[in-house]
Design a binder for this molecule. Structure first.
Ligand SMILES: *Cc1c(COP(=O)(O)O)cnc(C)c1O
Length: 404
């Protein structure tokens, strides 16, 4: 361990990486180069929706790799038209733009909302309301949309056109609307922000506000989408639909893929030449995206995610009762769950890692559990045992600290 930390890495040190590397994976398990097994309840930050080495995804990627990898968007890509049609059929949307990441999907969403008002003869309507604690990506525009000072610091003036309102304050949101407001952009559940859900009635309230003011409603479902909450998309819980929605993470099952979905009306300004991408929607990504949907949209799959999510949430509530000095609150829907800890979330995630369970810290002192959507009841039981031991570790460390 000491030897390895001495070895310098050529990577730009923008991540505080754990000293672990994985050689292969299988379902919800990852195996290190030393042959140790970890239960992966982080899924590469909600990306490996079907776990590791899913046979159907491997087959789709291999088959496409033998045909054609990349042709650019100067030509028709049948796999992409098929994937877009399936997304349109299964959601509110009429049209889809493919990108490679969540931030790019959001960039497309932001540009689309601005263009919509411009082609309506109101180019001054370009500002977008977002919620404090949001996370929309790390590009200059999506950073400004997220509005988190710690991420904006040192990168020059914040991109104009984004106004933040406090989480959960409907009146402040109403007051922030001006004749320049183009759209409201929210995550139905703030994931990086600490698994903070916007209640369904509030999402309905946002829809109503947008309709009253001629604004567009943008849902960032980069993390909540593609089955993560037990629905195909989280907006289904609220019974309202957005005008524009960004998707990424789970939709590629580990292959980089993002998408911006929209109604025909919201997308009407995005004509030939208004936006572009070299890699977005390439045949490899499209083949994998279609394979992910084959599994996620198969009868019973989402119901099973919902059932497993409830089971896991119940077990976490039990864990909270067993360890009240460590766990304060359990949050979330489906398999996007958060443990608000009384320790530090980084310490909690480290203790879980000692027990060979991977989790992901988030804001608000929360640790996220984002397991692959294919986990079994046995995996839930295994996670419970490991988390139980991790809590024990934290309790013992606190007792030692108090005694010293
Ligand atoms: C991860 C995430 C993003 C950014 O996605 P990248 O692929 O890292 O660019 C945007 N919005 C939400 C809600 C996310 O969870």
């Amino acid at each position: 361990m000491a030897e390895e930390s001495l070895k310098p890495s050529p990577l730009l040190p923008t991540f505080a990486r754990a000293d672990l590397s994985f050689e292969r994976g299988e379902g919800p398990w990852l195996f290190t180069d030393r042959g140790e097994r970890y239960l992966d309840f982080g899924a590469g930050i909600a990306v490996n929706a079907l776990g590791h080495a899913h046979p159907h995804l491997i087959e789709a990627l291999e088959a496409q790799a033998r045909k054609v990898w990349h042709v650019s968007n100067l030509f028709r890509i049948p796999e992409g038209e098929k994937l877009a049609q399936r997304l349109v059929d299964a959601t509110f949307a009429d049209t889809v733009f493919f990108a490679n990441s969540g931030a790019e999907a959001n960039e497309a969403a932001i540009k689309m909302a601005r263009k919509y008002h411009a082609v309506n003869g109101q180019p001054e309507r370009f500002r977008i309301l977002t919620v404090e604690g949001a996370f929309h990506g790390r590009t200059l525009a999506t950073l400004a949309a997220g509005g988190q000072q710690k991420y904006l610091e040192g990168f020059g003036p914040k991109a104009d056109g984004f106004d933040q309102v406090p989480y959960g304050d409907h009146e402040a949101l109403k007051a922030a609307i001006t004749p320049e407001t183009a759209a409201i952009m929210v995550e139905p559940i703030q994931a990086e922000g600490g698994v903070r859900a916007i209640p369904p009635q509030c999402l309905r309230g946002l829809r109503q506000l947008c309709d009253e003011h001629g604004m567009l409603l943008i849902f960032d479902e980069v993390q909540t989408g593609v089955g993560r909450t037990g629905k195909f998309f989280a907006y289904e819980r609220a019974g309202v639909t957005p005008d524009i929605m960004s998707v990424a993470k789970g939709i590629g099952g580990g292959f980089p893929l993002g998408a911006c979905l929209a109604t025909r009306e919201a997308g009407k300004g995005m004509t030939a030449g208004t936006h572009g991408t070299t890699f977005g929607g390439n045949p490899l990504a499209m083949a994998v995206g279609n394979a992910v949907l084959d599994v996620v949209l198969a009868p019973g799959f989402l119901e099973n995610v919902e059932r497993t999510g409830l089971k896991l949430k119940q077990r976490l509530a039990e864990l909270k009762d067993r360890h009240p000095s460590v766990i304060e609150e359990i949050r979330g829907e489906g398999l996007l769950l958060g443990i608000r800890t009384r320790a530090s979330n980084v310490e909690f995630a480290a203790a879980a890692r000692e027990e060979h369970l991977l989790s992901i810290p988030a804001g608000d002192n929360v640790v996220r559990l984002l397991p692959p959507l294919i986990i079994s009841d046995a995996d839930v039981a295994e996670a419970f045992d490991r988390l139980d031991r991790a809590c024990g570790r934290i309790e013992r460390a606190a007792q030692k600290g108090a005694a010293a």
